[in-house]
Design a protein around this ligand. Structure first.
Ligand code: GAP
Length: 434
């Protein structure tokens, strides 16, 4: 086993052991391509989504949010081109009958048994479902293959219900589903996953499209950098013409240097007039925009930023993971850390110490939401246990607390300890977090 696949194994094992990610339906033997997020995983995931929403919606004047239904009128997927073009090329091994994405294969023999592979065939990866109770009246529908279309079909609704003028954007976070042929690399390629997207509508002019495309490339890369991903592990990769999605005029991926190679976890796409043009045509509704300043009517172009919550989750974990002798430290940005702090009584059998620690724990929890409590084992073990899940600060109440009202605050990354007045602790941590 090489060092990189070993790192991946350690992350998978940490995720299971400490409650970040569990295999989906595990007691029934699992279900390929589906995962469940545990008590710590849900916090990390929520923090990623909150930080995304802050940067993409709250800090801007030109973006609003939306939460569209997962199941939509099936015509949406005809208009969007997914029924026709949302396909992966698939080759089957003549010997073991395993199937593979032919665009991911290096040779024409099968990776599992060396057998010969068939010609590639195209498979549609939209997940089908049916709506309605009566057998003969059930209607075929799809679980959305991207969250994007729920935004575009509401373009007019948002325009009519807000004072927004072009250029403006609509942000959304939510689940998407794909019948991936080869789910794998843990949560990297799943059949149910979450996306965080901005659809930004601009005037249909070449310079305008280029300007916003470049702007959002920079903004999205900076977001990952600000949340701590190391520069050398991030890069842009422009799509060649032949690999662009059916809707894209230009596309760039943000890739992470993962144990399984440079891998995409966000795409910036110049979608041109594809979406509103097609929905206008298929629905028969007017989805053009009247520009009051230039007195022109046009179908806006779309610049999209489309990131995967699960892939960001995996790469934040991989990038933060470090081992320092026996100590595993998850150097997550405190804004992403599942617990913001942990509180310990130095000893559990001294009521004064125990009760003071408990009071501090409750007070901090009211302010910071997620605070861990641990009164088991020795203090060293408690520190190790919090380091491994990325808790940035551990607070210990000890004998000195009873004398002078101070507590020990230990920093995860430096292991340096400071004495802080208990009644100033909340402000101290809030300030560090901001
Ligand atoms: N609306 C554009 C769109 O969906 P995409 O490149 O197909 O573009 C965007 O997907 C992002 O969604 C990817 O960069 C990735 O982070 C995430 N994603 C796509 N398929 C995924 C899968 N099977 N499992 C986990 N994440 C996935």
């Amino acid at each position: 086993m090489n060092a990189l696949s070993d790192l991946m194994n350690r992350i998978v094992s940490l995720c299971k052991r400490r409650g970040f990610v569990f295999p989906g339906s595990e007691i029934y033997g699992g279900f390929g391509g589906f995962y469940d997020y545990g008590p710590l995983g849900v916090e990390l995931k929520n923090n990623i989504k909150l930080q995304w929403w802050k940067r993409m919606v709250y800090e801007r004047e030109d973006v609003v949010g939306l939460d569209a239904a997962i199941i939509m009128n099936p015509k949406v997927w005809e208009a969007s081109g997914h029924v026709e073009a949302f396909t992966d090329p698939l080759a089957e091994c003549f010997a073991c009958h395993h199937r593979f994405r032919s665009d991911h294969l290096q040779s024409d023999s099968c990776p599992d048994c060396g057998g010969k592979l068939s010609e590639a065939r195209k498979f549609n990866i939209l997940v089908e479902t049916s709506v309605g109770v009566l057998e003969d009246q059930k209607k075929k529908a799809y679980l959305r293959g991207e969250i994007t279309q729920g935004v575009h079909v509401n373009f007019r609704n948002v325009l009519d219900s807000t004072p927004l003028k072009i250029p403006f954007g609509i942000a959304q976070i939510g689940k998407a589903f794909r019948n991936e042929i080869t789910p794998g690399n843990f949560i990297f390629r799943q059949r149910e996953f979450e996306q965080m997207e901005l659809q930004f509508y601009v005037k249909p002019e070449a310079e305008e499209g280029k300007k916003w495309f470049e702007y959002f490339k920079g903004l999205r890369m900076q977001w990952y950098r600000d949340l701590g991903i190391r520069k050398e592990n991030l890069r842009f990769r422009d799509h060649r013409m032949d690999e662009r999605a059916h809707y894209a005029q230009a596309a760039t991926d943000i890739e992470y240097n993962s144990p399984f190679g440079w891998s995409e976890f966000e795409g910036i796409h110049h979608r041109g007039a594809w979406d509103l043009g097609r929905h206008g045509q298929y629905s028969g509704q007017d989805l053009s925009y009247f520009d009051n300043e230039s007195k022109e009517r046009y179908v806006p172009w779309v610049i999209e930023t489309s990131g995967g919550v699960d892939r960001a989750f995996l790469f934040f974990l991989l990038d933060a993971y470090s081992e320092d002798g026996k100590r595993v430290v998850l150097r997550l940005n405190p804004k992403l850390a599942p617990y913001k702090a942990a509180v310990f009584p130095l000893v559990a059998n001294k009521p004064d110490i125990y009760n003071t620690a408990h009071e501090i724990y409750h007070q901090l929890k009211r302010k910071l939401n997620t605070v861990a409590w641990d009164d088991r084992g020795n203090i060293g073990k408690r520190y190790y246990s919090q380091d491994e899940i990325g808790t940035p600060w551990c607070v210990t109440v000890d004998y000195q607390t009873l004398d002078d009202g101070t507590v020990t605050v230990r920093d995860r990354d430096t292991a340096v300890q400071e004495r802080v007045k208990a009644n100033e602790l909340e402000g101290y941590l809030v300030q560090k977090l901001s």
